[in-house]
Design a binder for this molecule. Structure first.
Ligand code: 2BA
Length: 114
């Protein structure tokens, strides 16, 4: 049988979508771990989901992420942002993309369970 190289898929999703996403991944047989966090720019709750899988499963995982995490536009007051806030009292709200997912697919050099 041909080798299926191991990949680590790192998915950053909003809190709103993360629980549903991890449930779907596990239902479809993809192991997943959720780590809570906060986005550096908007400082809203998001979750990082790690999934160690074979290369042949990557498209399935990315397809589930696409189905569960939809991006939309939102306007945020610049005064609430970490680095634009000061001195921007009269600036217009900034349009940002929220709710979608950011996905990284990494090669795994070594995998062990102890
Ligand atoms: P945040 O850093 O809170 O960013 C939330 C959204 O704000 C971003 O959505 C983007 O639409 C917007 N944004 C971020 N920085 C901006 C800037 N300097 N100017 C204008 N708009 C900006 P996404 O790109 O979908 O990212 C969602 C979350 O994913 C981010 O939350 C961050 O936690 C993570 N993320 C995105 N790209 C990343 C990367 N290259 N490395 C590590 N984390 C990343």
């Amino acid at each position: 049988m041909a080798e299926d190289p191991l990949k680590l898929v790192v998915i950053i999703a909003s809190d709103v979508d993360a629980d549903r996403l991890i449930k779907r991944l596990v239902q479809r047989g993809h192991p997943a771990t959720k780590i809570g966090g906060i986005g550096g720019f908007l400082r809203r709750g998001n979750a990082t989901i790690l999934s160690g899988i074979g290369a042949s499963e990557v498209e399935s995982v990315v397809g589930i992420v696409r189905a569960e995490c939809h991006a939309r536009s939102e306007y945020v007051p610049v005064q609430t942002l970490p680095f634009l806030g000061e001195g921007a009292v009269f600036a217009d709200p900034l349009e940002v993309r929220v709710g979608g997912a950011t996905v990284f697919v990494l090669n795994v050099e070594r995998f062990e369970r102890t």
